[in-house]
Design a protein around this ligand. Sequence first.
Ligand code: PLP
Length: 428
Amino acid sequence: MEKEYRQETKCIQSGWTPKRGEPRILPIVQSTTFKYDTTDEMGKLFDLEADGYFYSRVQNPTSDAVAAKIADLEGGVAAVLTSSGQAANFYAIANICEAGDHIVAASTIYGGTYNLFGVTLKKFGIDCTFVDADADEETIAAAFKSNTKVMFAETIANPALVVLDIEKFAKIAHAHQVPLIVDNTFATPINCRPFAWGADIVVHSTTKYMDGHAMQIGGAIVDSGNFEWEACGDKYHGLTQPDESYHGIIYTKKFGKKAYITKATVQLMRDLGAVPSPLNCFLLNVGLESLALRVERHCYNAGRIAEYLNRHEKVSHVNYAGLPTDKYYPLAQKYMTEGRTCGVISFELKGGREAAVRFMDSLKLAAIVTHVADARTGVLHPASHTHRQMNDQQLKEAGVSAGLIRYSVGIENVEDLLEDLAQALDKA
Ligand SMILES: *Cc1c(COP(=O)(O)O)cnc(C)c1O
């Protein structure tokens, strides 16, 4: 779009702008393939010499429109959608790292990403050093090595709810000529735009607030276009040296600011194929249309509930950066729109693990689900669910204690949620 609209408007209008006589609503292009008139025309597409769709593993019009909306919301130059948030994280790293490389990541990241970095990437020869995101610059900088290629963190960590000091991380990353990748799933671009604070690449699990209805798994990678790959010599040679699988094209030369996303699309999607279905992209787009409205309500409800829990005698501790007493309140005020964070709260009961289980089993409205950040209120016990594979030391580093409850506040009427909490806490 030519004019720079506000976020609420972009949620509705960005991505698909129909021309005369075209469908008002984003069409679901449920087709694997696209037709051409001559052999040569199709050949040029395979060589990246011409623009156009040819096979939906690489690009599809429905997917591209939704990617463009997300890029617009983040203020990036380009985006690519993936079939899950995990695929987005993997591709974001694999696009610029290979065997022998090293990454630095905040230790509080989502459990699935922690496993991906600590266990699976290791098998591919990519090592990860986890750092305490709250540590001072010097301590964090000490984790960097000559082969470090990426720094990674979450704007609001799932489920520890640590708010990232994005400027601090960006400064350290850039001092080492490394891009900062930020997972902005929990904040969403409605509450935070990491590019404005120095992040270079943003990833999302669109499964969460963006979809917002717990209907489908999905992910996105967005590039700010700001990182200077060529200024780092041959360090990011996959972007700055010829790609033999495309007759020697050089991504930075041919695609400029879109080099990173183009490579992820035409190389990683082509070879690894974690592509979302057109129908899922359509559903994601419907979710995005109400993202701004929903996020406001999620945050309002969560604020009310966090205050209630904070005053409750059976609750020992509440993590919610919207509370003025929270350790991360100042960072939330700095980085988040109107200080709003997300709809997810975590807290501990004085009775520890057993009280947590009794409480959870007594909830009537909030359901026990392996999910967060959708319209329905849900609850989970990280130590026995998402973080089950971690030992006590790893749990501690991830900011997850044995009694911690993750409560994802939906968009129901908050009075009903408060009454449900009250009766369950009575039984805890
Ligand atoms: C859920 C989540 C992921 C993983 O996304 P999937 O869509 O489940 O693959 C990654 N990062 C964060 C912060 C998440 O909340």
